[in-house]
Structure formats: structure tokens, C-alpha cells
Design a protein around this ligand. Structure first.
Ligand code: CMP
Length: 132
């Protein structure tokens, strides 16, 4: 069974949408096999998003990710990485397909409610980051 990582971000935990997101995941056939609620330190958020070093939105993204509770979780499903990305939709909710999680609940390109790993390689790294 393939694994991927999803994070419920601060804009969604703040609006009591953790259960809603998990419901969407379970209905789509994902199995939650590890999960935790926590806050991130600035250095943890910078390390997690190191791939975006140099991007103009990085400082704001880090400030947002440390602004409240996050819920990282490991999900299991055949074709988990690709199926999760299809389910959550485009990074910018303005471009997210109808019926996707981000189209439904995300506020804007930064406060986009959930993160999903974008490749099997990054899924393994991101799972190890939160659940070593
Ligand atoms: P995520 O899937 O977690 O991956 C990187 C995050 O950076 C992304 O979701 C958004 O929260 C944020 N992001 C990506 N592009 C932009 C942008 N153009 N402006 C602001 N934030 C962005």
C-alpha cells in the first residue's frame, strides 16, 4: 500500500475543519495510519519548506504555518500521492477543480487548508520529518 503525508493547516484547524477534512479523506478511500496535532517552530517550518528557499512567499508561508495548530497525518491507499493531489486540488483554490477539498474550504493561495506530498520521494521525506 502506498503512503503519503497530509497536513491540515492552521486556517483549517482554526475553523474546526479537521473532522471535515478527515471525512473527505476516508470517504475517498484513504486510511489514516498515523496522526498528531502540534504547533511547528519557525525552524521546523523552514526545514519542512526548504524546497521553497528564495521564493518571495516563503517568509509569509512560515509565519502562517507557525500561527496555529497543524495536524500532520500519514495516509495509506493505492496510488496515494497522486490520488491525494487530485482530491485536494490545485495549490491556489481559485484554480482548484470543483469538488476538491481546496475549492471547498481553502481561503487563498497561502491559507489553502491542506498540504499534500507532491511525489513518492517527497512523501517518504515528509513522513520521516513528522513521524521518524
Ligand atoms: P503547499 O502545498 O503546502 O506547498 C507550499 C505552500 O506555499 C503552498 O501549499 C501554499 O500554502 C504556499 N504558496 C504557494 N504558492 C504561493 C504563492 N504564490 N503565494 C503565497 N503562498 C504560496
Amino acid at each position: 500500500m502506498d503512503k503519503t503525508l497530509l497536513i491540515v493547516k492552521p486556517d483549517a484547524t482554526e475553523r474546526n475543519l479537521i473532522g471535515h477534512v478527515i471525512g473527505r479523506l476516508e470517504k475517498a478511500g484513504f486510511r489514516v495510519v498515523q496522526m498528531r496535532m502540534q504547533t511547528l517552530s519557525e525552524s521546523q517550518a523552514r526545514e519542512f519548506y526548504a524546497v521553497h528557499e528564495g521564493k518571495p512567499f516563503l517568509d509569509d508561508l512560515v509565519a502562517f504555518m507557525i500561527s496555529g495548530l497543524v495536524v500532520p497525518m500519514v495516509l495509506e491507499k493505492d496510488n496515494a500521492v497522486e490520488d491525494l493531489r487530485t482530491l485536494i486540488g490545485a495549490t491556489n483554490p481559485a484554480n482548484a477543480a470543483c469538488g476538491t477539498v481546496r475549492q471547498e474550504i481553502a481561503l487563498d493561495v497561502q491559507r489553502n487548508s491542506v498540504h499534500g506530498s507532491d511525489s513518492n520521494e517527497n512523501a517518504a521525506k515528509e513522513i520521516a520529518f513528522f513521524f521518524s
